[in-house]
Ligand binder design. Structure first.
Ligand SMILES: *Cc1c(COP(=O)(O)O)cnc(C)c1O
Length: 397
């Protein structure tokens, strides 16, 4: 039998090593549980980084993809299909987008960001304001807006004209936005920075500053959208509408898809025929998957479920936990004196998949369908996981 360590050896000999050594070789998943090739089961509290919104093997998604694969997987953008049109309509409807809004389908988050950057250039301006801690993707355009130097610097020069301002600092933002600003890009909750939320007042101030100067407000809801926070989109409780919004991760439930949503006829009209494109984007298979995800969230009342079950993580009082952040089922547990890598390893040993999102915090982004008892199962195990992590002797960062 092929073991996990055999396969990891082959991985090292066959793959570009950009991800470092993988933690496990996974074989399959059912609901919120995954199994590795050695037969060990794990409760999946990361769901492929906020992707597997319906968990693994959800019948609605499996059936939608199988049925669509039987009729048409790909047709090219010389043509269109009912799933693509229906998914665009559904996204616009849950976005509260006005008449004349539109959707451009891509295949990933970074491609959605690229489309948004190109849209912003159609203002006739090229300056972009982004936030410290931001993550918008790894392609060279998106990378220019991604704050982390280790991601960016090996690939410079990138597109010029990007300025970074500290999050939740209204004064710094308003000072940075002027008549030369094409767009402000914001994640309502900065996932990769460690699940750091922007205040509703800050989002409203960003809306105001961009409107005042004719700049676009682009919200990156790639990680936070599609029910992750208990609303369709994380910015919605603030009451603002952006000019554009990017989506990916949870949208296809695991089938690759990204989207740029443009709000209102003026912004939607800024990208004209021939100015952007993609071969795979909007293919009927990915769009059928997206429709199954949105239908299931609605039919099963998952927004309310995410709020209810997520509340279990509002307040985790344990020795070794300094506090929690986030909303719904996008959360960080900030550790007190224990390195997150040790907690991630101890959790894995105990049968739980979590993510060391920063050196001092673990991220939880389980499937939206996780049950209260599954989440409690992790919370009950957490004291022993923290104790094991502490006992591992890894020094705190
Ligand atoms: C994951 C992510 C991206 C990039 O998406 P990819 O599909 O990996 O290209 C961009 N922005 C945010 C906020 C993300 O979480």
């Amino acid at each position: 039998m092929t073991t996990g360590s055999d396969l990891l050896g082959r991985y090292a000999g066959a793959m570009v090593q950009v991800f470092g050594a993988p933690q496990l070789v996974l074989a399959e998943g059912h609901g919120c549980w995954v199994t590795d090739v050695d037969g060990k089961r794990y409760l999946d509290l990361l769901s492929g980084i906020a992707v597997n919104a319906l968990g693994h093997g959800h019948p609605a998604l499996v059936q939608a993809v199988a049925k669509q694969a039987e009729s048409a997987i790909h047709i090219s953008n010389f043509f269109t299909s009912e799933p693509a049109i229906a998914l665009a309509e559904r996204i616009l409807s849950v976005s509260g987008a006005p008449t004349g809004s539109g959707v451009f389908f891509a295949n990933s988050g970074t491609e959605a960001t690229e489309a948004a950057i190109k849209l912003s250039r159609r203002t006739g301006r090229s300056r972009i304001v982004a936030l410290e801690g931001s993550f918008h993707g790894r392609s060279t355009g998106a990378l220019a807006l991604t704050h982390k130097a280790a991601y960016r610097e090996p690939f410079e020069p990138l597109i010029p004209g990007v300025v970074f301002v500290p999050p939740n600092d209204v004064e710094a933002l308003t000072a940075a936005v002027d008549e030369s600003t094409a767009a402000v890009f914001l994640e309502p909750i900065q996932g990769e920075a460690g699940v750091r939320e922007l205040a509703a007042d800050y989002l409203r101030a960003a809306r105001e500053a961009t409107s005042r100067h004719g700049a676009l407000l682009v919200l990156d809801e790639i990680q936070t959208g599609i029910g992750r926070t208990g609303d369709w989109f994380a910015h919605q409780p603030s009451g603002i509408l952006p000019d554009a919004m990017t989506l990916a991760k949870g949208l296809g439930g695991g089938i690759p898809i990204g989207a740029l949503v443009t709000f209102g006829p003026q912004v939607t009209g800024m990208l004209a025929a021939g100015q952007h494109g993609t071969t795979f984007g909007g293919n009927p298979l990915a769009c059928a998957a997206g429709l199954a995800v949105l239908d299931t969230i609605e039919r099963d009342g998952l927004l309310e479920h995410v709020r209810d079950v997520g509340a279990l993580l509002d307040d985790v009082r344990l020795e070794g936990v300094a506090g929690t952040r986030g909303r719904g089922l996008l959360r960080a547990v900030e550790l007190d004196g224990i390195p997150s890598s040790a907690v991630m390893a101890a959790a894995r040993e105990a049968g739980f998949i979590v993510n060391a999102v920063t050196p001092t915090a673990i991220r939880l982004a389980p499937p939206l369908v996780i049950s209260e008892s599954e989440l409690r199962c992790f919370l009950d195990a957490l004291p022993a996981i923290l104790a094991a992590a502490r006992a591992s002797g890894e020094a705190a960062p």
